[in-house]
Design a protein around this ligand. Structure first.
Ligand code: FES
Length: 146
């Protein structure tokens, strides 16, 4: 190992063991206050269209949760573990208003031969704004009374 490489390694080790930079208390408070204002200014309710039904859902929640809370019957056999892909939906519009696809979601859609820019797992996609989606496997029939 040459001297230059050794010096680089020593410098990296030294920087790794140095104590973390002191955080200015005022800076931290300002950052927190700014973040709080952003959260407070953000409307919590987002209108979406699910299987032709207009729903109002909580921002940040999943499409599956939005469907279940509003009586839209959507299959979700694995319980939102990205295994079954029965909660698949086709995004008709507003795909920018859904969170990015995670690696697990991509893997599941690929495994179920459904990978496409318009297909999402309702149990994974979180709503940030208005979207229009159609379920691939809607449940039919009435729920049993009980
Ligand atoms: S519920 Fe199984 S993948 Fe979404």
């Amino acid at each position: 190992m040459d001297t230059e490489t050794t010096e680089k390694i020593v410098a990296r080790i030294k920087s790794a063991v140095e104590p973390a930079r002191e955080v200015d208390d005022r800076e931290l408070r300002n950052t927190f206050a700014t973040h709080l204002k952003q959260v407070a200014a953000r409307p919590e309710v987002v209108p979406i269209e699910f299987d032709g039904r207009r729903l109002e859902v909580r921002r940040g929640g999943t499409l599956l949760r939005a469907a279940m809370k509003n009586g839209v019957r959507l299959m979700h056999i694995c319980g939102a573990r990205t295994l079954c892909a029965t909660c698949r939906v086709v995004v008709e519009s507003g795909d920018d208003n859904l969170t990015q696809m995670s690696g697990a979601e991509k893997f599941s859609l690929r495994w179920h031969l459904s990978i496409s820019p318009r297909t999402r797992l309702a149990c994974q996609a979180r709503v940030n704004g208005p979207v229009e989606v159609e379920s691939v496997f809607p449940l039919c029939g009435d729920l049993p009374n009980g």
